[in-house]
Design a protein around this ligand. Structure first.
Ligand SMILES: *Cc1c(COP(=O)(O)O)cnc(C)c1O
Length: 400
């Protein structure tokens, strides 16, 4: 791990990543890469970014010792990295602040974004308002039906929401449409990708903007327990909250890293969203190559998870590499275990977690009891669950 230096010049993380897009986008991505490399080495850029995270987002987010939950489980001590306390309720805002600052630097006045559950759409609409830009969010027509409150939030923030009627009318179709729109209006438009995926330079850029999670956690854990945790765990959709926690820990070999994919209804068949744990082959989607859930003809399959934010057939290329290298263990947690963890955290700690984050909590619930009481699990609580209460109520047979 000493020489871990990715991506390479071509945007590859080992065998994964790269740029697989049409001719028109090659030039736009090259411009973006150049602008980002300049910003990355400009202390003024990072000063502005950290100022916004401090005064607008409310960082640093605390690490919190979940004592009652730990005691209830009777094993390892569980600490939560509270990304749920950020403005707009999740880690997504760390990335949209960074990309909006880059858009401003590039003189772009118009932002576009894709969204599934609506969290990234809300975070994009928020920064567009904050920086005085216009914002168009592409969202599958099916998701618009399922996520009405977030659609209204985006509109309140001044964004236009475009319904995407193609394919399964969900996140992957919204991302296709956003890329198509970017091709058509590359001159005045900045595309804010919501996770650590997509063509180079997005996976690197999103990772860098989310690394604040792991950087803070390292200092906070040292303060709290005088050392680093035995395990750090995060849920993996496209992989942005997880890579933000993991990347600063890659060299911290005493800390085991665990990425939790959505096991849905089980790993047999396609009613899940766990491309790594289900041993999916490599494939190309949305401009990059990685492990990708496909049928025997190489067609991308439609996936299932109780949590819309994890319901994606691919995974960011750096996670694919970290799996190949054996540095991060990827495991699947299903709908039911995530739901149980959701309720447990509500009752034991007075925290309503996002259903995505509940997958990471569920891993701790399953594994803490077999660990010693002086061992420590750090869970990335990527977001709050207010957005999910309709889903949970429906599953519990309650109509709100
Ligand atoms: C979007 C989202 C996720 C999944 O996205 P990643 O890029 O994998 O982090 C996880 N948790 C919450 C709360 C989200 O909103």
């Amino acid at each position: 791990m000493e020489n871990y230096q990715y991506p390479d010049e071509q945007g590859f993380f080992g065998q994964h990543g790269g740029i697989f897009v049409s001719e028109t986008l090659i030039a736009a991505l090259a411009d973006l890469k150049q602008a980002y490399q300049q910003a990355k080495h400009d202390p003024d850029f990072w000063r502005q970014y950290h100022d916004d995270l401090k005064y607008y987002v409310g960082r640093p987010s605390p690490v919190y010792h979940a004592k009652r939950l730990s005691q209830y489980l009777g094993g390892a001590q569980i600490y939560l990295k509270r990304e749920d306390l950020n403005h707009t309720g999740a880690h997504k805002i760390n990335n949209t602040i960074g990309q909006a600052l880059l858009a401003r630097r590039m003189g772009k006045k118009r932002i576009i974004a894709e969204t599934g559950a609506g969290q990234h759409g809300v975070a994009s609409a928020t920064v567009a308002a904050r920086f005085g830009m216009t914002c168009t969010v592409f969202m599958g027509a099916e998701d618009i039906q399922r996520q009405a409150p977030n659609v209204y939030r985006m509109k309140l923030l001044g964004a236009e929401v475009v319904a995407v009627e193609s394919g399964s009318k969900t996140l992957k179709d919204a991302m296709n449409e956003a890329m198509r729109e970017w091709v058509a209006r590359v001159d005045d438009t900045f595309y804010i990708v919501g996770t650590a995926a997509g063509p180079m330079p997005y996976p690197e850029m999103v990772r860098d903007f989310q690394c604040v999670i792991g950087q803070e956690a390292k200092i906070q854990m040292q303060d709290a327990i005088g050392r680093q945790p035995d395990v750090a765990v995060a849920c993996v959709g496209g992989g942005s909250n997880a890579i933000g926690l993991f990347h600063p820990y890659i060299q911290v070999t005493e800390t085991r890293l665990v990425g939790v994919e959505a096991g849905g209804l089980g790993l047999n068949g396609t009613q899940h969203a766990a491309p790594i744990s289900s041993h999916s082959p490599q494939g190309v989607l949305h401009g990059f190559r990685s492990y990708l859930m496909q049928d025997e003809h190489g067609q991308v399959v439609s996936t299932h998870s109780i949590s819309a934010g994890l319901d994606y057939p691919g995974v960011g290329p750096e996670h694919a590499l970290l799996h190949d290298l054996g540095r991060v263990d990827y495991e699947a947690v299903g709908d039911e275990a995530a739901m149980n963890a959701f309720h447990l955290l509500c009752h034991q700690e007075g925290i309503i977690p996002a259903l995505e984050s509940s997958h990471a909590v569920a891993w701790a619930v399953a594994n803490a009891p077999a660990m010693r009481q002086d061992q420590v699990i750090l869970v990335n609580l990527s977001g709050r669950g207010d957005k999910d209460i309709n889903t949970v109520a429906k599953l519990d047979g309650i109509i709100l």
